[in-house]
Design a protein around this ligand. Structure first.
Ligand code: URA
Length: 238
């Protein structure tokens, strides 16, 4: 990589400013002053210093919230060649990955980042990060269903942690209702399985919150960069 590009990629200066640093004799490679702008740096081996300080390439960390449409997978590829949420992020140059997953048929908030430490932390089961879903379900859950959610629900060979179920809108004429479900675990198809277990199968499912990060009015299929405050919040989760 050309020396000025290398310096810029390290986040030390713009390419133009880097050129000035080079011609001013402020840059050394392996201890030798380099003033030649066309000098090529071997990023893997060379020790580059600017004003005596070692610099190195560090990938810029980015944090994105995407409103996933139904009919997209959250992994990079799958055997059926279905569209991936990464197809909606073609303008983003960094290699980013989803934090956790949403089902192919589920829409809503998914966070993506190239910050591996944060992904590891947020997907670790010990973190009790609430995730809130809006679900359209068959029928209208009653008080005993809400209580079952509160107590945890047996799905297959596993009992879930206590969860919250609220009916936000009942539409008896259509025999459906709109519910809000809050869970802090992330088992495969967990919300759908829990709602099925109380005999109110899911018709549509959309995630609206991951911790304090909200979907807000982000349009379906669109993404936004998280604010500094949101990033700080995610990093502060213990
Ligand atoms: N629970 C589900 O059932 N599906 C999702 O996509 C997320 C949580």
């Amino acid at each position: 990589m050309r020396i000025n590009k290398f310096i810029a990629s390290c986040g030390v200066a713009s390419r133009r400013k880097a050129e000035t640093l080079i011609t001013d004799g402020k840059v050394t490679v392996n201890g030798n002053i380099v003033t030649e702008l066309s000098f090529q740096v071997d990023e893997k081996k060379d020790i580059v210093k600017v004003n005596g300080e070692k610099i190195s390439l560090e990938e810029k960390k980015i944090y994105i919230a995407l409103n996933k449409p139904e009919g997209y997978i959250t992994s990079v590829k799958d055997q059926f060649d279905r569209p991936s949420v990464l197809d909606l992020l073609s303008d983003v140059e960094e290699r980013i990955f989803p934090v956790g997953r949403l089902d192919y048929e589920t829409s809503g908030l998914i966070i993506l980042t190239n910050d591996g430490d944060l992904t590891y932390k947020l997907t670790h089961p010990k973190h009790n990060i609430n995730k809130v879903y809006k679900a359209i379900v068959k029928g209208i859950p009653d008080y005993s269903d809400i209580k079952k959610f509160k107590e945890g629900i047996q799905i297959e060979d596993y009992k879930t942690a206590p969860a919250k179920l609220t009916v936000t809108k009942a539409l008896p004429e259509k025999k459906i209702s709109v519910c809000e479900v809050t869970i802090h675990e992330g088992r495969n198809r967990q919300v759908r399985k829990m709602l099925r277990a109380i005999n109110h199968p899911t018709l549509r499912l959309r995630r609206i919150f991951v911790g304090k990060i909200g979907l807000g009015d982000l349009e379906i299929g669109k993404f936004r960069y998280l604010t500094d405050k949101e990033i700080k919040y995610l990093k502060s989760i213990e």
